[in-house]
Design a protein around this ligand. Structure first.
Ligand SMILES: Cc1cc2nc3c(=O)[nH]c(=O)nc-3n(C[C@H](O)[C@H](O)[C@H](O)COP(=O)(O)O)c2cc1C
Length: 161
């Protein structure tokens, strides 16, 4: 699958099949995801592989769509607001790389923003030096949603003199 096809067919996956993804495969996606751009080579990501006990304590309403794998993706908190924003942007690129690699193997991810709560941070044991950018469910989709309509990009482009 080429990049364009992966971008076009990627979806936010709501529910997953129980079938696990081979660990060597998802580890290879993380390995490639780290090639994401990051300012000053801070490589600000950290990945927590969420085990069953921790997962239960997170109490996600839909249990991460029954995903066979749950990863908490952390971003190093910068010293300044700019560093903080840059680190989150780099981690977003990391997640998108991972997502497109999953897509190219017939898998997908479910994004959940619950990591921003104090309760989730505590459950994950994340200190002040990191933020939980997202907690993703990863697996093979039970069903692939239709593409959601997007506004024409021309409407979001402004040309400056
Ligand atoms: C930073 C970020 C956080 C998100 N958090 C959630 C979330 O908490 N719950 C959820 O259902 N979807 C979440 N999403 C997924 C979006 O809802 C989804 O990407 C959007 O509906 C478009 O659908 P698509 O990805 O299938 O094109 C998040 C996406 C991003 C980029």
């Amino acid at each position: 699958m080429d990049v364009l096809e992966a971008i076009r067919t990627r979806r936010h996956i709501k529910f997953f099949k129980p079938e696990p993804i081979d660990e060597a495969l998802w580890m290879s996606w993380l390995e490639e995801a780290k090639l994401a751009p990051n300012h000053k080579m801070t490589e600000p990501w950290q990945v927590l592989v969420v085990g069953p006990e921790t997962r239960a304590q997170l109490k996600h309403g839909q249990n991460f769509g029954d995903a066979p794998l749950v990863l908490a993706i952390l971003a190093k908190r910068g010293q300044t607001q700019v560093e903080r924003d840059e680190n989150l942007m780099a981690v977003s690129c990391f997640i998108q790389n991972f997502s497109l690699l999953a897509q190219s193997h017939g898998a997908g991810i479910r994004w959940t923003s619950i990591g921003w709560t104090d309760a989730a941070r505590e459950t994950l044991g994340v200190g002040e030096d990191y933020e939980v950018a997202n907690i993703i469910g990863v697996g093979y989709p039970r069903e692939v949603p239709e593409a959601k309509p997007r506004e024409a990009i021309a409407n979001r482009i402004k040309r400056l003199p």
